[in-house]
Design a protein around this ligand. Structure first.
Ligand SMILES: [Fe+2]
Ligand SMILES: [Fe+2]
Length: 135
């Protein structure tokens, strides 16, 4: 089952929304590689892209927060850091084990966590950025 970028995930910040769409596309590409039994190279490139893009996106959000002295910066950054560690672990497991049913289940679980983060923390961040006219 593919994830989709639904209306309730829109933060209204063009850049952040574009990056979230890209993240969801990366998750779907990984799930597709698992489900279609794609070769090892494709699976590795999908999990590597997801792990790297997650870091890129989080770093971007954190720069925005610092530039406008976002009051929730520490808590938001901590969530990002914990999530990056979880995705790195997932990547290590994929590289060691290939696409197992258990790992596919973990991808779904992590994606649900990410979507909850977008709906709460990132929506709150975008609102703050709007109100403080940060770009
Ligand atoms: Fe985000
Ligand atoms: Fe975030």
């Amino acid at each position: 089952m593919a994830f989709s970028f639904t209306k309730d995930l829109e933060t209204g910040n063009v850049q952040i929304d574009a990056e979230h769409k890209q993240l969801i596309a990366a998750v779907n590409a990984l799930l597709e590689a698992c489900q279609q039994g794609k070769g090892r190279a494709q699976l590795e490139s999908a999990i590597n892209f997801l792990a790297d893009y997650t870091k890129t996106h989080f770093a971007h959000e954190e720069r925005l927060q610092q530039s406008c002295r976002y009051p929730q910066y520490e808590a938001h950054k901590k969530w990002h850091t914990d999530f990056i560690a979880q995705i790195q672990q997932l990547r290590d497991k994929f590289l060691a084990q290939g696409a197992t049913l258990l790992l596919v289940g973990e991808v779904n679980g992590k994606t649900s966590l990410l979507i909850s983060h977008i709906k709460s923390a990132d929506l709150a961040l975008a609102k703050y950025l709007r109100e403080h006219e940060a770009k």
